[in-house]
Design a protein. Structure first.
Length: 82
Protein backbone atom coordinates (compact mmCIF):
# COMPACT_ATOMS: atom_id res chain seq x y z
CA UNK A 1 0.00 0.00 0.00
CA UNK A 2 1.30 3.48 -0.82
CA UNK A 3 1.74 5.41 2.41
CA UNK A 4 3.72 8.43 1.20
CA UNK A 5 4.43 10.24 -2.06
CA UNK A 6 6.38 13.46 -2.52
CA UNK A 7 7.27 15.18 -5.79
CA UNK A 8 9.58 18.10 -6.46
CA UNK A 9 9.03 19.69 -9.86
CA UNK A 10 12.26 21.03 -11.35
CA UNK A 11 11.05 22.24 -14.75
CA UNK A 12 7.89 22.42 -16.80
CA UNK A 13 6.77 19.43 -18.89
CA UNK A 14 4.85 20.30 -22.04
CA UNK A 15 1.63 18.43 -22.90
CA UNK A 16 3.20 16.46 -25.78
CA UNK A 17 6.71 15.92 -24.42
CA UNK A 18 7.83 12.36 -23.83
CA UNK A 19 9.02 11.62 -20.33
CA UNK A 20 11.21 8.84 -18.98
CA UNK A 21 10.99 7.79 -15.34
CA UNK A 22 14.03 6.18 -13.74
CA UNK A 23 13.31 4.36 -10.48
CA UNK A 24 15.54 2.69 -7.93
CA UNK A 25 15.04 1.17 -4.52
CA UNK A 26 16.50 3.49 -1.90
CA UNK A 27 15.64 1.53 1.26
CA UNK A 28 14.14 -1.74 2.37
CA UNK A 29 12.80 -1.58 5.90
CA UNK A 30 11.19 -4.25 8.02
CA UNK A 31 7.67 -3.40 6.82
CA UNK A 32 8.26 -0.88 4.02
CA UNK A 33 10.12 -0.15 0.80
CA UNK A 34 11.20 3.32 -0.35
CA UNK A 35 11.67 4.13 -4.04
CA UNK A 36 13.34 7.20 -5.55
CA UNK A 37 12.30 8.42 -9.00
CA UNK A 38 13.83 10.78 -11.54
CA UNK A 39 11.60 12.15 -14.30
CA UNK A 40 13.50 13.16 -17.44
CA UNK A 41 12.43 15.03 -20.56
CA UNK A 42 15.27 14.11 -22.89
CA UNK A 43 18.39 14.84 -20.82
CA UNK A 44 16.61 17.46 -18.69
CA UNK A 45 15.54 16.54 -15.15
CA UNK A 46 11.90 17.58 -14.80
CA UNK A 47 11.04 16.14 -11.37
CA UNK A 48 12.22 13.97 -8.52
CA UNK A 49 9.92 11.89 -6.37
CA UNK A 50 9.89 9.54 -3.39
CA UNK A 51 7.32 6.79 -2.85
CA UNK A 52 7.04 4.69 0.32
CA UNK A 53 5.12 1.42 0.21
CA UNK A 54 4.08 -0.50 3.32
CA UNK A 55 3.43 -4.23 3.36
CA UNK A 56 -0.14 -4.94 4.43
CA UNK A 57 -2.01 -8.09 5.37
CA UNK A 58 -4.96 -7.99 2.99
CA UNK A 59 -7.23 -9.99 5.30
CA UNK A 60 -6.76 -7.77 8.36
CA UNK A 61 -5.69 -4.48 6.76
CA UNK A 62 -2.82 -4.16 9.23
CA UNK A 63 0.85 -3.75 8.45
CA UNK A 64 3.02 -6.84 8.25
CA UNK A 65 6.71 -7.62 7.74
CA UNK A 66 7.99 -7.48 4.16
CA UNK A 67 7.79 -10.79 2.32
CA UNK A 68 11.25 -12.42 2.25
CA UNK A 69 10.87 -13.44 -1.39
CA UNK A 70 10.05 -9.84 -2.36
CA UNK A 71 13.08 -8.52 -0.46
CA UNK A 72 15.30 -11.17 -2.10
CA UNK A 73 13.99 -10.26 -5.57
CA UNK A 74 14.59 -6.52 -5.02
CA UNK A 75 18.05 -7.20 -3.59
CA UNK A 76 18.97 -9.41 -6.56
CA UNK A 77 17.77 -6.76 -9.03
CA UNK A 78 19.46 -3.88 -7.22
CA UNK A 79 22.19 -5.33 -4.95
CA UNK A 80 23.73 -1.98 -3.92
CA UNK A 81 21.19 0.20 -2.16
CA UNK A 82 22.27 3.85 -1.84
Amino acid sequence: MVVHVSIDYLSQIGPFEEVEVLTRCARIGGKSVTLHHLVLVGDRPAATAVTVFASVDLTTGSSRPNDREMVAAISAWEPELP
